[in-house]
Design a protein around this ligand. Structure first.
Ligand code: ADP
Ligand code: ZN
Ligand code: ZN
Length: 727
């Protein structure tokens, strides 16, 4: 038989199966095997009869498998097939994909169920009169009243000690037994059950479409259209038929609020997987899923691999979210894996978004996916009124336009709440003109140049061209060029000055570094302890505050100037998502978008909430410039702690690729460029983008490249297929 072991060697190792284990052996089991001078663990990847071909006739004897760690396979043949496909598509070793698919907490040697001591009364009724001490009689009465409990709880609750309880056990009054205790991260007993809502016609049509679907369904519904209720009822239908479901949500949206909506409907059948769980919780949740106790899994991208029994539905909420793409190897996109897995296992898949990714939208337009639209808000809320504020006309150039200040004041007077959003993407990396507000753009591409401090020049991160920092604005001739931007702290100070009596909560990477601080801030805002919530990307998604009637986007442009061909798409998504936070309940909402580029399609379309207009325009641009979804784009990253080595090798690789491109079909290899973040953690980073009509052409070129030019030992070389982050 063959075993892939979890060392990054990207090859399979063969082991002999002793007679005693042969009957129990199955693909997907975790095995103990001798490896070098130690015992290692590995998964059974394939079982063969005898005389493995690769070693047939060789002199040495295969080593024996030592033992089977767990007889129940960790994954079935279909997951194994999925893992192989992802490994081959993302050009990563199989073991690295296996590691992504099975949580480390589950694989850790020694990981096991937690067993704890449980205390309960041993006598049928009360303690006989005259027996025991007064203290023991009191404790016994308490235990009878509560019906028993975990030893640790009993000790704490009744201010006693384990030895007192042990004495009572010896006397035969109580029983202390070790029982398995599942660490359930959900406090189910505190969650109120919810009932299915009567669906509106749009939701009903979407639910019907999902029921009948034979291909992936794009649930295209504006924020607040009630997509979650549709997911819930679609899941319910599958559960009634004996199926199971996975619900993927972006990590940032995996708040207790989201999880509760699923837990209220499906109770203990819900398992949660997310990064804040302890190893023990993760271990237990994973096993609850595998043994079928939990049939609805809610989690971030890794949840796509959850071993759900009879998987019949996968929901990818906010399918456009970039957190679905893993940015370390294996660089898979969980949304794409969901579609792949669903097809392999005959499950349905629903991709939900108010602002679908252009990849998904193009698939829907081609008829590869079907579309269910929900253009109106469910329940009470209506879509907010959106105002675009041209900051070029704001003479004092403060952070807040006059219109927005007045709107905030109005909310303060009325006792309503405001969310202010500061777009930090692309912050201060591009050079813009203070007078005409134009960023300095690459003449050959539709992206802004990125300023590189090290060599004081502007570079294009798409095509690699560069120029010196201009003395004057190329658009209007003004000499006032700046790299400046505003930060949340500066905005907070400005708010304090303008509205001295208002309480402001700030939410950004700095204010949320402490555990739970994220939930604390949102909880305080929900309770009305502050009138204004000021934050970054973190506040853009999934939040639902009924008393918020005003949303201000302070600097809508900064993501437009990102050196990324998806800059316009990101900007549109951000504005649409943030605007969606206003007017979620009865109170009507209003949005102010502050921008220096009021004529940009992304801004105009976002202000109108017109995704289709935006998508049509942007897809035309992508087509004309040959960018995804009209081709595959991979980023090859060349890194070294030696600056010259990184540059030389990157340039050499780029040259090799360009020279060989005709052998790989329609391959278009760009020049080597330093990454926007040129040095990270002492590593100098260079990048080459490769585009092609097919992913397989890129894969072939990559394999050829590393074969003919194996990287220097001081180099880190990686490829990111369908790259999302080009900085
Ligand atoms: P989305 O996920 O599309 O942003 P939600 O599922 O959060 O939307 O729904 C928005 C609000 O509308 C929620 O408060 C929800 O309870 C409410 N809602 C959803 N469906 C219905 C319905 N059929 N009837 C009444 N209210 C609904
Ligand atoms: Zn200018
Ligand atoms: Zn360019």
């Amino acid at each position: 038989m063959l075993v892939a072991i979890d060392l990054a060697l990207d090859r399979l190792f063969e082991y002999n199966v002793p007679e005693a284990l042969a009957k129990k052996l199955a693909v997907g089991q975790l095995l103990c095997i001798p490896f070098g001078h130690r015992e290692a663990r590995g998964f059974a990847m394939a079982i063969m009869e005898d005389a493995p071909s690769s070693t047939a006739g060789k002199a040495y004897k295969l080593k024996d498998v030592s033992s089977i760690v767990d007889e129940i396979p960790f994954f079935g043949p279909s997951t194994l097939e999925l893992v192989k496909r992802i490994a081959s598509y993302t050009l990563s070793p199989i073991e690295s994909v296996l590691k992504a698919a099975v949580p480390a907490a589950v694989l850790k040697p020694g990981a096991k169920e937690k067993r704890q001591l449980y205390v309960e009364c041993a006598l049928g009724g009360e303690m006989p009169k005259g027996e025991g001490t007064e203290r023991q009689r009191w404790l016994y009465a308490q235990l009878r009243r509560v019906g028993g409990g975990w030893l640790s709880q009993v000790v704490e609750e009744f201010k006693t000690t384990p030895s007192t309880l042990r004495q009572m056990q010896k006397a035969g009054y109580i029983k202390i037994e070790e029982v398995q205790r599942r660490r359930n991260p959900l406090n189910i007993s505190r969650i109120l059950p919810s009932r299915p809502l009567p669906l509106n016609p749009g939701q009903q049509a979407a639910l019907d479409a999902i029921g009948k679907a034979t291909k992936p369904v794009l649930l295209f519904g504006v924020t607040g259209s009630g997509k979650t209720e549709v997911y819930l009822q679609a899941i319910d239908r599958e559960l009634k038929k004996g199926g199971g479901a996975i619900v993927m949500v972006p990590e940032i949206a995996l708040t207790p609020q989201t999880v509760q909506r699923f837990a209220s409907r499906f109770g203990h059948r819900v398992a949660v997987l997310h990064s804040a769980l302890s190893d023990g919780e993760r271990y237990d949740e994973w096993h609850r899923i595998r043994n079928g106790e939990a049939s609805v899994v809610v989690g971030p991208r890794s949840a796509v691999f959850a071993p759900v029994k009879n998987l019949s539905l996968i929901v990818v909420d906010e399918e456009h979210d970039t957190s679905y793409k893993q940015d370390v190897s294996p660089r898979y996109n969980a949304r794409d894996v969901a579609v792949m897995r669903a097809a392999m296992e005959g499950a349905k898949v629903v991709l939900g978004s108010a602002t679908p990714s252009l990849e998904t939208w193009a698939n829907a337009k081609k008829g590869k996916y079907s579309i269910a639209s929900m253009p109106n808000r469910a329940g009470a809320g209506s879509l907010p009124k959106v105002n675009v504020v041209d900051m070029a006309y704001e003479k004092d150039r403060g952070i807040f336009s006059r219109a927005l200040m007045d709107a905030i004041q109005l909310r303060l007077d009325r006792g309503e709440q405001t969310i202010l959003f500061l777009n930090r993407r692309g912050f201060s990396r591009s050079l813009s003109c203070e007078d005409c507000s134009e960023p300095v753009m690459c003449p050959k591409c539709s992206v802004a140049y990125t300023y590189h401090k090290a060599d004081q020049c502007l570079r294009c991160h798409i095509c690699g061209s560069w120029c010196e920092v201009p003395a004057k604005c190329p658009a209007c001739g003004s000499g006032r060029l700046s790299y400046g931007g505003i930060g949340t702290q500066r905005a907070e100070e400005a708010l304090a000055k303008c509205f001295p009596t208002a309480k402001v909560l700030r939410m950004d990477a700095d204010s949320t570094s402490r555990k739970n601080s994220h939930d604390d801030i949102l909880g305080a805002f929900r309770k009305g302890e502050a009138q204004i919530l000021l934050g970054t990307q973190m506040i853009a998604k999934g939040l639902d505050f009924p008393n918020v009637t005003l949303v201000g986007i302070l600097n809508a442009d900064s993501s437009l100037n990102m050196p990324d061909f998806r800059a316009a798409e990101r900007t549109f998504q951000l504005i649409a998502q943030v605007s969606g936070r206003a007017g979620r309940a009865e109170l009507p909402g209003e949005v102010f978008i502050q921008t220096y580029s009021p004529d940009e399609t992304a801004i105009i379309a976002a202000a109108k909430g017109d995704f289709e207009q935006f998508a049509a325009g942007e897809l035309a641009v992508r087509k004309a410039t040959n960018y995804p979804p009209y081709c595959h784009l991979a980023a090859i990253s060349v890194q070294s702690k030696n600056q010259k080595l990184a540059a030389d090798w990157a340039q050499m690789y780029a040259k090799s690729l360009a020279g060989a491109s005709k052998h790989f079909g329609s391959l278009d290899a760009g020049e080597a460029v330093p990454a926007a973040i040129e040095k990270a953690d002492e590593w100098y980073r260079w990048q080459i983008t490769v585009r092609s009509a097919t992913a397989s052409a890129i894969a072939a070129a990559w394999k050829w490249l590393v074969a003919v030019r194996p990287p220097h030992k001081d180099l880190r070389l990686a490829v990111d297929m369908d790259a999302y982050s080009l900085v």
